[in-house]
Design a protein. Structure first.
Length: 232
């Protein structure tokens, strides 16, 4: 029994050390590729669908339009600056909605921090193991990265179209301009498709996406961004 306990402790220490160093490394180094990118690439091949590849271009946060930052916060996580990785009010609201509409629709409450943890270190899915790991990595990036780095990484790895990751790659390909030049309207359209970028096209918006864009634009006016984020 003692041997089992000792090995369990050793395994836990190795896990904490490896994952902690991994997260700490990405506080300073750009992730060359993420687990979600790899999973999507393999999924495309195994499903026999279109080959989307991986298109990405990293840019520092100061080279991304502040409108894009406001747009994703307005669309995905309005309490981004208030919580420490988990929006407990939104989680409780999602739980109540899932209870009410059991089996008809699944509501989530993932913050930008949680999505970043999943996109960089994990994979898509809704299993309990993945959710636990997502919570673990969320705690780590909140502690070791801080909000600015979380936002910078998020905007560089999130998928905006099939195989197109990061705001710079998406803006260059579909708007023919850099992420720095995005208008509030364009940023809101891009953020509007984030729940399902493989289904919706921000460059060919449906009526539903236009409605989401209008809601996001209205919310963006109330979202401040720390001045020091854009001070060189």
């Amino acid at each position: 029994m003692r041997t089992v306990f000792v090995w369990t402790v050793k395994i836990c220490l190795v896990w904490l050390t490896v994952t902690g160093l991994w997260v700490l490394l990405y506080a300073f180094v750009r992730p060359p590729i993420t687990t979600v990118m790899i999973a999507n690439l393999l999924g495309d091949v195994l499903d026999g669908g279109a080959w989307n590849g991986v298109e990405k271009r990293w840019v520092p946060l100061e080279e991304i339009s502040p409108a894009m930052v406001r747009a994703v916060i307005a669309a995905e996580d309005t309490r981004f600056f208030e919580h420490h990785g988990f929006d407990w009010d939104a989680i409780e609201q999602a739980r109540q909605l899932n209870e009410r509409y059991r089996g008809r629709r699944l509501y989530g409450a993932s913050t930008i921090s949680m999505q970043t943890a999943k996109n960089v270190f994990l994979w898509n899915g809704r299993t309990y193991i993945r959710k636990l790991l997502e919570a673990y990595f969320t705690v780590l990036i909140e502690a070791l990265w801080g909000k600015r780095r979380i936002m910078e990484v998020y905007l560089n790895v999130v998928e905006f179209a099939p195989g197109v990751y990061g705001v710079e790659a998406a803006a260059t390909r579909y708007w023919k301009k850099s992420a720095r030049q995005l208008s509030a309207s364009e940023a809101a359209l891009m953020a509007a498709v984030l729940p399902n970028p493989r289904r919706w096209r921000f460059w060919q918006p449906t009526g539903y996406i236009r409605k989401r864009q209008a809601i996001i634009l209205a919310r963006m006016e109330q979202i401040p961004i720390p001045h020091q984020w854009y001070v060189h």
